[in-house]
Ligand binder design. Structure first.
Ligand code: NI
Ligand code: MN
Length: 230
C-alpha cells in the first residue's frame, strides 16, 4: 500500500503503513499548506530536490526533530549538515537503499541556490525515483522538459509520475504532457501550480493535454490523500 498526501506546491508525504517519507517539505510560508510538520508521529526520510526555499522549506528542522536523514544533492546535503541536520548526500545517477527503500537521483533542468543574506551554492537540482509501498514513483522536482525523461521511462517504468505543470519556473501543461508521453506512467500527479500568481492556477490545461494518453491523472487538493495498490 502506498498513500500519497499533498501538502501543497511540491510538498508530499508518502506512507506505506510502516515508514513515512516527506518530499520538498515546504510548510512555513507556504500559502497553501495546512499541516504542521511537527505534528507527525514519525518521519523516516526526507527528500529535497534543490536549495530554493519553496523546496528546502522546513527540512532541517524536521530532520532534527525526527532524526530523519535528508537525501539531497551533495552540496545541499552539506548545507543542511552544517545546520545540524542528518543527511544522505547523493549525486545524479546514483542510487541508495535507504531505510525506506531504493532512492535514485535523477537529473532536473532548473537552478539551485539557497537565497539568504547572499546566495549559497547548493549543487545541481534533481528529481528522484523512489521504490516504496509496492510502487515506483518518479518525482521530477522543478524541471524543464528534457529528452532523457524517455530513458527514465525506459529504464525505470515508473508507476506514478509527480510532475510540475505550473509554467514560468518549470514545465507548463503542454511540455508536462510530453513528459508523460516520455515516462509512460500509469498515474500522474501534477504539482507546482496555483501557489504563486505567476503559475498556472489550475490543472485543467494539463488534464486536457494528456487526455489522449493512457494515463490516469490524480488531482489532489491540498491536504488530500490517495491510495495506490492493495
Ligand atoms: Ni526551484
Ligand atoms: Mn519551485
Amino acid at each position: 500500500m502506498l498513500r500519497i498526501t499533498f501538502n501543497g506546491h511540491a510538498n508530499f508525504l508518502l506512507e506505506n503503513g510502516e515508514y513515512s517519507i516527506l518530499i520538498d517539505p515546504w510548510f512555513t510560508g507556504n500559502p497553501t499548506a495546512k499541516a504542521n510538520p511537527m505534528d507527525y508521529e514519525q518521519i523516516d526520510v526526507i527528500l529535497v530536490t534543490h536549495g530554493h526555499g519553496d523546496h528546502l522549506g522546513d527540512a532541517i528542522e524536521i530532520s532534527k526533530k525526527y532524526m530523519a536523514p535528508i537525501v539531497a544533492p551533495f552540496e545541499l546535503a552539506g548545507f543542511c549538515q552544517r545546520r545540524g541536520a542528518h543527511v544522505i548526500p547523493m549525486n545524479h545517477g546514483g542510487q541508495r537503499i535507504t531505510e525506506c527503500g531504493r532512492v535514485k537521483m535523477t537529473n532536473a533542468i532548473h537552478s539551485s541556490a539557497f537565497i539568504g543574506k547572499g546566495a549559497e551554492y547548493t549543487g545541481n537540482p534533481c528529481g528522484f525515483i523512489i521504490d516504496f509501498g509496492g510502487q515506483r514513483i518518479y518525482f521530477a522536482g522543478d524541471t524543464a522538459l528534457f529528452g532523457d525523461m524517455k530513458l527514465i521511462g525506459e529504464l525505470e517504468s515508473p508507476d506514478i509520475a509527480i510532475l510540475p505543470i505550473g509554467d514560468n519556473f518549470t514545465m507548463g501543461a503542454k511540455d508536462a504532457a510530453k513528459a508523460v508521453e516520455f515516462i509512460a506512467p500509469k498515474h500522474v500527479i501534477p504539482m507546482h501550480y496555483a501557489t504563486f500568481e505567476v503559475l498556472d492556477q489550475s490543472p485543467d490545461a494539463f488534464i486536457e493535454a494528456i487526455a489522449h494518453l493512457d494515463v490516469e491523472p490524480v488531482i489532489l487538493e491540498v491536504g488530500q490523500s490517495h491510495e495506490f495498490g492493495g
